[in-house]
Design a protein around this ligand. Structure first.
Ligand code: ADP
Length: 397
């Protein structure tokens, strides 16, 4: 009996130990859970507090979190959207957001398509006219796709300020043209001797005034062009165009100039047979080609070679290459060449009057035509090739 009781007591003591162990473990787990919850609420509070809109989607495209800023920027209520899939809200985001939603869909459907470093940023015009900037990135944990995070920022005000700035520059440069025309006119009259004979010194000084008003004129015209493009005040009148005609026209002009300026250079035009016509604004396309060919002429020493090649790429695009044997462009300059006001440092560039706005305008004009522009150069002294594409003209357009 004593033995049996002793056995029972031993079991009871053992059980008591076990209970104690279990209670300790449970307490520890409870503590950890509380800490985790605190951590999660802290992260949530931080996300709620940021001024930018945050939208998080899960692996199956469901919206798992959005903060207050997101609801106010995008203009809808949290209850309606949380835990719904993104597809149900196509209408709310409007047409502008279709690429954003498509990218999220692509990444969720095929996470392997995501390349490290891939990200996506776009300016969205919302239904009510406000402008939001969205940055999208996938959330990847040890090769597992956990969803995506999108950050929205309301940039309506910045866009408006930028547009007003462009408007201001456009107005000022437009106003500057009237007095400048008058200065140029009177300098020409004086040089012609209409106000009496002038001595050599006076002619020399007036010639300097004339050259500088020419430079000013180029600058003001370029400023007017770029600010009008940026303020959205330039509209294109696209029509069917034969690029060969445009190129022949521009090359005839530059050939005349090369003879006048006594800077001999070989110009040639190569085109493929049955070249399709393109859809473009005649005046603007002439401006683009004129600018590229002017640059090729300016930045190539005499007796150089400038070749324009026009070819059809794949039926829907026409490609133009303007190739020169000139001073070339270094690798680091190539990245900034399309920036506003950027000019190279080659002595031939420094000796040529220019504003550094030409290529920025050309790029904007080509993009307005849904084309692309790029350049290739082997580096300094190795010539350059500027290429662009334009959509081919289709009869039913
Ligand atoms: P600008 O000709 O008034 O300087 P652009 O925007 O047309 O302005 O050109 C910017 C710069 O790009 C030039 O200053 C020059 O350094 C470089 N560049 C443009 N075209 C060529 C070219 N064909 N060959 C070499 N450099 C060029």
């Amino acid at each position: 009996m004593v033995k049996a009781i002793a056995g029972q007591v031993a079991i009871a003591i053992n059980n008591a130990h076990l209970y104690e162990l279990i209670r300790d473990q449970a307490e520890r787990l409870g503590g950890m859970l509380r800490k985790e919850q605190e951590e999660a609420s802290r992260s949530q509070a931080i996300l709620e507090a940021v001024a930018d809109g945050v939208v998080v989607t899960g692996p199956d495209n469901e919206i798992t979190f959005l903060n207050n800023s997101a609801t106010s920027i995008l203009g809808f209520a949290t209850e309606n959207i949380l835990h719904q899939t993104l597809d149900a809200f196509g209408g709310i985001f409007g047409k502008a957001a279709s690429t954003w939603m498509q990218t999220i869909n692509d990444w969720s459907n095929d996470p392997a398509s995501y390349q490290p470093g891939d990200s996506y940023a776009e300016q969205l015009e919302l239904e009510d006219g406000r402008i939001a900037l969205v940055h999208l990135a996938p959330v990847i944990l040890q090769n597992d796709f956990l969803g995506t995070v999108s950050i929205f920022r309301d940039i309506t005000h910045e866009v408006e300020v930028d547009r007003l700035k462009s408007e201001f520059v456009a107005t000022v440069s437009h106003e500057l043209r009237t007095p400048m025309t008058s200065i140029r006119g009177y300098v020409d009259i004086l040089l012609m001797g209409a106000a009496g004979a002038m001595n050599e010194n006076q002619v020399h000084f007036l010639q300097i005034v004339k050259n500088n008003t020419e430079r000013l004129n180029i600058l003001v015209n370029d400023l007017l062009d770029i600010s009008r493009i940026e303020a959205g005040r330039i509209t294109l009148s696209p029509q069917s165009l034969d690029l060969r005609d445009v190129a022949e026209d521009v090359l005839a002009d530059i050939l005349r100039r090369s003879e006048e300026e006594n800077k001999p250079m070989a110009f040639s035009l190569e085109t493929t047979k049955n070249l399709p016509r393109v859809l473009g604004d005649a005046e603007r396309i002439r401006q683009v080609l004129g600018n590229l060919i002017d640059n090729a002429y300016h930045y190539t020493p005499e007796n150089g070679q400038v070749t324009v090649n026009i070819s059809a790429t794949n039926g829907s695009l026409v490609r133009v290459d303007v190739k020169d044997s000139g001073v070339g462009i270094s690798q680091e300059d190539q990245e900034r060449i399309f920036d506003r006001f950027y000019r190279g440092e080659d002595p031939l560039v420094l000796a040529t009057p220019g504003t550094g706005l030409g290529l920025a305008i050309v790029k904007q004009l080509i993009e307005m035509h849904h084309g692309k522009i790029w350049l290739e150069s082997g580096g300094e002294g190795k010539g350059s090739t500027f290429s662009f594409t334009l959509p081919a003209y289709k009869k039913d357009e």
